[in-house]
Design a protein around this ligand. Structure first.
Ligand code: C2E
Ligand code: MG
Ligand code: MG
Ligand code: MG
Length: 288
């Protein structure tokens, strides 16, 4: 009868649910250890001028060197860092490491800006600005070499709070960019209100540039009119890159130029960058 079926259904799902809960618990335990044992590392991905293919800045991307699973991408653990609050400590470590790495590159002759991804919990922390400044002071890394990547959703809750946080960060020297732009439900009006220097157009639009061309062009126009730098994420093919150049996107990031790589490899890349120039490109013009 229905009661039996109900019970069967229940007992069928329960082990799976229990497994998921146990897995999540052990992930949390592992992450606490990872934070104490400093098992995290950073890779860097260049951000490149669409016209000249010169590297304009680099983005720090978190990795976890798991004791038996190898190097894990943030998709496996960033949500859990956020849920457990561990993101505060890890975020501070990221800022410290980025400061050191920015100085290392500067000493090697490449005084290049570095961007850091900021999570919603970090953004809501009223000490964020202070924490970042203190973390960077350890290596004497100037705040004006650091860009903070936030997402649209962080600007949607308490607008006045978000604006105050951004103004404080800006006054301290940081620049701000909007990551994954186009995927959140944001009010376009805020672009005018907040001190934003870049919009990073989400990879999903670049992936489907054939269908999304009107939307991407709209964002590119918006950026031109508001003096915001437009950056395309996730560029993988020459066709995508050519479209972006023809439609006057400022910069791009993507596997076509470089995957995220360790600092030492980045130093080599900056010394000897890949050349993706097309014949029709004008090489002597200035680049945004
Ligand atoms: P994101 O900030 O939007 O970073 C871009 C992601 O796209 C990176 O994935 C990068 O490896 C990937 N990507 C770049 N170019 C291409 C491409 O051409 N094709 C494809 N398919 N992918 C590309 P990753 O490193 O796995 O990071 C995922 C997300 O994790 C980041 O998205 C960011 O939201 C978050 N994250 C990374 N590092 C940190 C961090 O230090 N703190 C916080 N809070 N979040 C971080
Ligand atoms: Mg990012
Ligand atoms: Mg993104
Ligand atoms: Mg993102």
């Amino acid at each position: 009868d229905s009661k039996d079926r109900g019970r069967n259904t229940f007992s069928f799902f329960r082990p799976a649910l229990q497994m998921a809960v146990l897995k999540q618990r052990s992930l949390e335990r592992d992450l606490i250890q990872a934070t104490q044992r400093k098992e995290f590392l950073l890779h860097y991905q260049p951000r490149v001028c669409c016209r000249t293919n010169e590297v304009r800045s680099i983005e720090a991307l978190l990795r976890w060197n798991h004791p038996n699973r190898g190097v894990l991408l943030p998709g496996h653990f960033v949500d859990t860092l956020e849920e457990t609050g561990l993101i505060h400590d890890v975020g501070t470590w990221v800022a410290e490491q980025v400061g050191h790495d920015q100085r290392t590159l500067t000493r090697a002759g490449f005084d290049i800006p570095v961007s850091i991804n900021v999570s919603p919990k970090q953004f809501d922390d009223h000490d964020l600005c202070h924490e970042l400044v203190a973390a960077l002071a350890q290596s004497n890394c100037p705040t004006d070499r650091i860009e903070l990547e936030i997402t649209e959703s962080m600007l949607m809750g308490d607008k006045r709070n978000a604006k105050a946080t951004l103004s404080k960060l800006r006054a301290e020297g940081f620049s701000i960019s909007i990551d994954d732009f186009g995927t959140g439900y944001s009010n376009l009006a805020y672009i005018q209100d907040y001190p934003i220097s870049c919009l990073k157009i989400d990879r999903s639009f670049i992936n489907a540039i054939d269908k999304q061309a009107p939307v991407v062009n709209l964002v590119l126009s918006l950026c031109r009119l508001t003096d915001i730098t437009a950056i395309a994420e996730g560029v993988e093919t020459p066709e995508q890159l050519q479209w972006l150049e023809e439609n006057k996107c400022d910069q791009y990031q993507g596997f076509i130029f470089s995957r995220p790589i360790p600092l030492m490899e980045m130093e080599k890349l900056l010394q000897d960058p890949p050349n993706l120039l097309y014949p029709h490109r004008q090489e002597n013009e200035d680049c945004a």
